[in-house]
Design a protein around this ligand. Structure first.
Ligand code: R5P
Length: 309
């Protein structure tokens, strides 16, 4: 069997280290140089020849820097005769740019997928893409994991006898329903319209939340605009308590502090994005075991779909 070689970009060293620890493989060194003209250069400082190379890089802030770094690492691995170049992208930020919903706009999700393939990426492993069809933007195989098992495992320890799962929008209702099914709970969804990056309207909630304990489930919390709008509707409709869960806890613009200062009982996310802030209301669940398991299965050619169950 070919040797595995795991490299990490600079976006999330803690997650890379945790994945390598689960895989019981060393993390291979990478040298990143920035020239006076601001261009980057990457050197993979370990043999790639005929290796199964995995490059771990989450597309988190500064997204463009981390993206270029990932592209350069893939290019370096391909140029060093890697047998296969696998990009492990726990958070694929450009997934939100997935449709032409205004005149003359770019569709970054597709473009970045093409750039990765052009750079030499043969396979992608990612988690909870903003919409499932983004998977189809890639012309190479994509293993698209979710974090529902981790999130459901957390809430399973709670008394859920009066609980309902609420998706902020109909687009995520299917995932929320899958999460609710794992916990044996009913599901409801908001009728959401996004006006801009910082403004959303949720005009109604489809389903019964009055008097219930609510778990809001979303793919990501960025500015928190969606969650704050949903909190208003849920309070108006008489929800008894509200917890918030998501896969990608990005928490831009102090969203974590603002959310923690509200009446939500808890905030749960995973570590697909690095989190500097801590808060007693916040629980961060690790996706490193799932990613390590997927990497191991990809490496030995076993089915990854068992991880979706
Ligand atoms: C949007 O459609 C997504 O599902 C999330 O609701 C959104 O990305 C969250 O962003 P924000 O927290 O800025 O509303």
């Amino acid at each position: 069997m070919r040797e595995i070689a795991v490299f990490g970009g600079s976006s999330h060293p803690a997650l890379t280290a945790e994945i390598c620890a689960h895989l019981a493989v060393p993390q291979r060194p990478v040298l990143l140089k920035r020239f006076a003209n601001d261009c980057l250069e990457v050197q993979l400082q370990s043999n790639c020849r005929e290796r199964d190379v995995f490059i771990i890089q989450s597309l988190v802030r500064p997204v463009q820097e981390h993206l270029i770094e990932l592209l350069l690492m893939a290019d370096a691995a391909r140029g060093a005769s890697a047998a296969r170049v696998n990009a492990v992208i726990p958070h694929y930020a450009y997934a939100r740019s997935d449709k032409k919903d205004a005149p003359r706009i770019s569709i970054g999700g597709r473009l970045v997928a093409d750039l990765l393939v052009t750079a030499g990426v043969d396979r992608v492993l990612t988690l909870n893409l903003h919409s499932p069809q983004v998977h189809g933007f890639f012309s190479v195989p994509v293993d698209h994991l979710h974090a529902l098992r981790e999130l459901a495992g957390h809430f399973r320890q709670r008394d859920l006898s009066n609980t309902v799962v609420v998706s902020p929008d109909l687009g995520y209702a299917k995932s929320a329903a899958a999460f609710a099914r794992r916990l044996g709970l009913p599901v409801a969804a908001g009728a959401k319209e996004r006006v801009s990056d910082s403004e959303v309207h949720i005009t109604a909630i489809i389903g019964d939340v009055a008097g219930h304990d609510v778990i809001i489930l979303d793919d990501e919390i960025s500015r928190g605009t969606t969650v704050f709008e949903l909190l208003d509707r849920l309070r108006e409709q008489g929800a008894r308590s509200i917890a918030v869960a998501c896969t990608h806890g990005l928490f831009a613009d102090n969203a974590l502090d603002k959310l923690a200062a509200s009446d939500v009982t808890e905030i749960v996310c995973t570590n697909t994005a690095p989190l500097e802030a801590e808060h007693p209301k916040l629980t961060v669940l690790s996706v490193a075991p799932a990613l390590a398991e997927a990497i191991s299965r990809i490496h030995i050619g076993e089915s990854v779909s068992a991880l979706f169950d």
